[in-house]
Design a protein around this ligand. Structure first.
Ligand SMILES: NC(=O)c1ccc[n+]([C@@H]2O[C@H](COP(=O)([O-])OP(=O)(O)OC[C@H]3O[C@@H](n4cnc5c(N)ncnc54)[C@H](O)[C@@H]3O)[C@@H](O)[C@H]2O)c1
Length: 354
């Protein structure tokens, strides 16, 4: 039996319909003795009534600010700008350890309040592998949008949907699958998602991962009609596509979907664009002749909120059931937070109290 009091908060961003814990997993947590409080949220893909039926206490949105101090607040994305001091331990994607805009301000709020950021991106096993991630559905959506665009059947703006509906549009009509596709990073989470979407679309893509790019054959890469990039680069490698390749009349590549979206990073393998595309306008033409269109959306899983939440929640829940910050993955998260505070010269938050 754990004594964890977990508080699932409403997401600040109005388009964010995902949740890190779905009602079925809420039931598992409650059954295991977790005290679960769930904020009502108008946009969450699962209504509060489903959590209530699972045994959670429902409270108004944003009330985590006055939760008891030992509460662990759980969400996905950014916190609201208030309050200035954050006394709780928060589990979320903080985007605060790579000098992102707002990183120091967020860490300062935690240090001032004595709380701690337990960043989901840094919830890793002993070998450093992520324990919960949204990659699969990012890749699925990335490949699906690339296929739909390549066939001329992508309509904007994009809206959150479900897999059944997406797959209906994706299934090939005769002749639709008449193009070549390449997935790079095919062995990873998003790579596997991209392969699954191509399968639904009746397309059998070429699969590349580290072994195939070690000695990069750029001409072979550019000889595919559609490219879906799913790599997680950790060291700089030669770019897959360069500015000069865009002007190459021999280029066959027409649709480029960058799931990775490392735009602006020194690790970017596609340094041929300078800003991501949006749900409102998902495709940008990079070249007129020969044509090359880019899709680079950095919140793809939010387009399938139910499926991506269920997948993420299934991976996260076992670690919530094992929540402790003195050893294991949550201790690594806490340590990462402390090191980040230290780097900014901030006094660290209080240690975990479980
Ligand atoms: N656009 C979005 O909405 C979205 C959502 C989730 C994740 N992502 C991003 O997608 C990327 C992939 O995430 P993931 O969860 O699939 O990672 P992952 O670690 O599961 O897989 C990455 C794969 O890339 C391969 N790889 C690394 N360097 C390579 C190289 N030089 N050449 C070929 N293959 C290489 C790895 O071997 C691995 O198989 C990350 O950058 C992640 O931040 C984007």
């Amino acid at each position: 039996m754990t004594e964890l009091h977990l508080w699932l908060r409403h997401e600040t961003r109005s388009t964010e319909r995902r949740t890190p814990v779905v009602p079925d997993d809420a039931r598992r947590l409650v059954a295991a003795g977790v005290r679960l409080t769930v904020e009502d949220s108008p946009q969450r893909v699962f209504p509060a009534s489903r959590y209530e039926a699972a045994g959670a206490r429902i409270v108004p949105a944003g009330t985590w600010v006055s939760a008891p101090p030992q509460t662990v607040v759980l969400g996905l994305k950014e916190l609201p700008d208030d309050p200035d001091r954050l006394p709780h331990r928060h589990i979320l994607f903080g985007h605060a350890y790579k000098e992102q805009p707002g990183a120091e301000a967020l860490l300062t709020r935690f240090a001032a309040g004595g709380g701690a950021l337990l960043d989901l991106e840094y919830l890793v096993d002993d070998a450093g592998r992520r324990l919960a991630a949204f990659g699969f559905w990012a890749g699925y959506l990335g490949a699906a949008l690339a296929v739909l665009h390549h066939r001329g059947s992508l309509t904007a703006p994009l809206h959150p949907t479900d897999r059944e509906q997406l797959d209906r549009t994706l299934r090939a009509a005769p002749g639709d699958a008449d193009f070549t596709a390449l997935v790079v990073g095919a062995l990873g989470r998003s790579g596997r998602g991209a392969l699954a979407a191509f399968t639904t679309a009746g397309v059998d893509p070429v699969r590349w991962d580290l072994a195939e790019t070690r000695d990069l054959d750029r001409a072979a890469l550019l000889a595919h009609d559609v490219l879906v990039n799913c790599v997680l680069a950790t060291t700089p490698v030669p770019p897959f596509v360069r500015e000069e390749d865009l002007d190459d009349p021999a280029r066959r590549l027409r649709t480029l979907c960058d799931v990775t979206c490392d735009v602006g990073s020194p690790l970017n393998v596609l340094p041929v664009y300078d800003r991501t595309t949006e749900w409102s306008d998902p495709v940008r033409r990079l070249r007129k002749e020969p044509p090359l269109d880019l899709i680079a959306i950095d919140n793809l899983p939010s387009l399938l909120p139910s499926e991506s939440s269920a997948d993420f929640s299934a991976a996260l829940t076992p670690w919530l059931l094992e929540f402790r910050t003195d050893a294991g993955p949550w201790a690594r998260c806490l340590d990462r937070y402390r090191r980040a505070c230290h780097a900014y010269g901030l006094t660290e938050g209080r240690p975990g109290r479980d």
